[in-house]
Structures are given as C-alpha cells and as structure tokens.
Design a protein around this ligand. Structure first.
Ligand code: GAP
Length: 427
C-alpha cells in the first residue's frame, strides 16, 4: 500500500486534499493521471451498464435533495455508526472497531456508545435555521427513486428496466484511512434495476454474476475477488439480501461493491412521504411497486483495487522495473511517443508529427528527456501500454518501433498503420 500511495503522489494520480494546509482527513484530490484513470473507469462502467443495455437509462440528479427524502429513505433514523469518544483526548472511534474498553490513543476512559449520523448537514439559503437544514447525499440512488415517475413517463419502459447514475456521495465517516478506500467525499456508480416482485431473486443472481464478470474484464485477478453474503442481522434497513464483491486488499478482504435487493422499500416510502403515487402500471393495467436490485460501487475504491492489482516489480541486474499492468482501457495514457535522441531536429520533427496525429484519437504522452530506457521505465510505472520510438530508420522508411509494456518486445511497423493498430488493441 505504501508503494502505491507514494507512486500515486509522485506521478500525479492522487494528492491529499488541502495538503498545503496540512490536509483534511478523508478527502483526496486527483491529479492529471488520476483524473484520466477515474474518467476511464466511469466511462467503462457507463458503457457496460447503460450504453450496451437497451433497457437502462441514465440520470444526473442533484447532490442536495429535499430533506424529506432522507426521512423517507430511513437515513435520518438509521444511517448511523456506533461512536465512543475518549473523555481525555476527545478522539472519536467506531465502537464496533474497538478492541478494548480504553482509548487506543491515550488509554483514557471512553464515553458510552451513541449513534452518530454520517450525513453532512448544510443549510439552503441565507438563514441558518432548522427549517432550512439539508443534507449532502450519502448515496446517489435516492435521486433515482425520486425521479422514478419522471423517467417512466418519458421513456415508457417495460419491466425489467434500470436507471443508472454516477455522482458524488458524502459521508462523515468516524474513521477514514487505508488511503482512498474510505473517504468522506467520493464518487459512486449506482444502478437501480426495477423488476417484477417475485422475479427479484432471479435478477439479483443475474447482477451478481454480471458484476463479477465486469471486475474481471477490468483486469482484476480472479483469485483476488470473492463474494460475501451478508448475514440477515447485518443487513441495511432496506435490504432483503445483500452480496458484496470483496477484494483482497493489503489490509484484508473488504467490500469493493455491494449488490442489494432493496425490495420495494424506497418506492413505497417515497410514495407515502411525498403523497405522489410511485407504483408502476404494466402493459396489462396491473399496478404494483417494483422491487429493486442495486449494484453500487465507489469509483475511488475500484481505482485503488485496480492500482494494487496491477502493481508489480521486476528485478533485472540490480535494476528494478516498476510496472502497472493495467488493462489498457483503464490506463491513463495509451501511447507515449519518443524521438530516439533529443538533439536531432529531424527525429523530433517526425516524432512530433506522429504525436500530434495520434492525439486526435488517443490519450498520448510526449517525452524526450533522458535515455530511452529511462523513458520506457517511466511509462511502465504509470501503466502506459505502448511506446512509439522514432529512430534513424524511421527517417528512411517511415516505420517506427512499438514497444509493449508487458513483454518489453519491440515491433516495427509503418507510421500509417499505428492508428489502426492501437484501435484494434483497445477494442
Ligand atoms: N446505495 C447503496 C449504498 O450506498 P454502500 O455499501 O453503503 O451502499 C456502496 O456503498 C459502495 O460505495 C461501496 O461498496 C463502496 O464501493 C463505496 N463506498 C461506500 N462508502 C465509501 C466511502 N466512505 N469511501 C469510498 N467509497 C465508499
């Protein structure tokens, strides 16, 4: 983990937020490479979950909803963690994570357990009054439930169908840590898949299989993934059954994605609290509340799993090569273009032309610093799958070498073949 944290900072993936002021716990900023990787993850999720599915629609709702939403969803009453505070140093701890009756920091006496609500509060408008109190959403899916009737009216879908959303979530976690694993501000990718009651268990199994497949397609090793069935007593207040996809993090197996059967809890409660009928009328005129299957995952959490899973070191003659063996679709940079020597104008001119040309279709990096070996190593460390080198032969026959990150083998090919070559590789 330490190696990943340091690589992320050094190479521009992840920075501690507000670092110049000493940082702020549980908040992270994403640098030039981090933002590219995050965008790739979100695009790949959106492509699989929305674009490739006929019956799944997208949505982008607000971060702040009417406060009644959180009453109806049960979050005001139940979205809590058990908290104990040290009476001496005033540090706060998750009661369920404590292993002794004393403060783990100073040995002081602890308060009794109280329930701490994880929602961030804010005030809408200029007056800081109870009537104006609102919350930053702790999950994106409530925006989907409250827009259920809007989407049904516009799209006229048949069951089963889904509504998907990617957006920020906020949780005032009592303890953060493990780098970007548990944050106070993070991005969520959530699908609410509405099905006929009675068909919910079948669709739940379907989504567990689909999502497990997606993680493997993203490049995560099969052996580092497993399913965890939540025991009945630990289910969230809305869930009939929840299965997590867990990843083998360096600190142990932990939740990567949750796939819950939320039943008709949310639609029924929003109908009750809003007075608007959110039942669904099928093609036979039958009215009922659909059940909901919900695959839900945090972008930062899958990003961490992808980085950890891809990281490897190769030792060769006392030189260590660090490689991020990322799926090329996830890699921030797809191709790096180098002139063999930085002081030969002809090589630079041709290499710049190739670089400018490829940039129209792919995320491409330019590097003309140091020796060529160092440049390859530098790209390996950030997961760039291919490096194109322009050498003296290039000037004569319009060919270049393409070096593969995984094999380090170089293949010579015509400059006019490059675009097609990378397109095919990225398909
Ligand atoms: N709508 C369902 C829901 O919110 P959850 O299990 O609380 O369920 C879903 O969260 C996913 O969001 C988790 O599997 C995890 O990937 C991510 N997640 C939750 N809390 C997080 C946090 N504090 N920091 C980063 N990611 C988080």
């Amino acid at each position: 983990m330490e190696k990943i944290v340091s690589l992320c900072k050094r190479r521009g993936f992840v920075y501690p937020s507000s670092e110049i002021y000493g940082g702020i716990g549980g908040f992270w900023d994403f640098g030039p490479l981090g933002v590219l990787m995050k965008n790739n993850i979100k695009q790949l999720w959106w492509k699989t979950m929305v674009e490739e599915k006929e019956n799944i629609f997208g949505l982008d709702s607000t971060v702040i909803h009417h406060p009644k939403v959180w009453e109806a969803s049960g979050h005001l009453a139940s979205f809590t963690d058990p908290l104990r505070e040290c009476k001496s140093c005033h540090k706060r701890f998750r009661a369920d994570k404590l292993t002794s009756e004393k403060c783990p920091e100073c040995g002081g006496e602890l308060t009794e357990v109280k329930q701490f609500n994880l929602m961030f509060e804010t005030y809408v408008g200029p007056a800081k009054e109870t009537a104006n109190k609102a919350y930053l959403r702790p999950e994106t899916c409530q925006g989907i439930f409250i827009n259920f009737a809007n989407v049904v009216d516009c799209m006229r879908p048949k069951l089963p169908f889904g509504i998907a959303q990617i957006g920020k979530g906020f949780r005032n976690e009592i303890t953060t840590g493990d780098f970007i694993f548990r944050d106070r501000e993070f991005e969520m990718m959530e699908l609410e898949f509405f099905v006929r009651p009675g068909e919910d268990e079948k669709w739940h199994d379907y989504w567990i299989k689909e999502r497990l497949k997606w993680h493997q397609e993203m490049g995560i090793k099969k052996d580092n993934l497993r399913l965890f069935e939540h025991p009945k007593e630990s289910l969230a207040h809305y869930s009939k059954r929840t299965v997590d996809i867990e990843y083998k993090f360096p600190f142990g197996w932990a939740e990567l994605e949750g796939i819950a059967n939320r039943t008709d809890f949310d639609l029924k409660n929003h109908s009750k609290f809003s007075g608007k009928d959110l039942s669904f009328q099928d093609e036979n005129g039958e009215k009922f509340y659909p059940f909901v299957i919900e695959p839900s995952i945090g972008v930062e959490r899958i990003m961490l799993a992808l980085l950890l899973d891809a990281y490897r070191e190769e030792k060769n003659n006392k030189v260590t090569r660090v490689i991020l063996s990322l799926n090329p679709k996830v890699s921030p940079i797809k191709v790096a273009v180098f002139p063999l020597l930085a002081n030969k104008p002809d090589l630079i001119k041709l290499a710049r032309r190739i670089y400018e040309d490829l940039r129209k279709d792919f995320m491409v990096a330019w590097d003309d610093r140091g020796n060529i070996g160092k440049r390859y190593f530098s790209q390996d460390e950030i997961g760039t799958p291919w490096c194109v080198t322009v050498d003296f032969q290039s000037l004569e026959d319009k060919t270049v070498t393409v070096r593969d990150r995984e094999t380090t083998k170089q293949e010579r090919m015509g400059i006019d073949k490059l675009k097609e070559f990378f397109e095919n590789k990225l398909k």
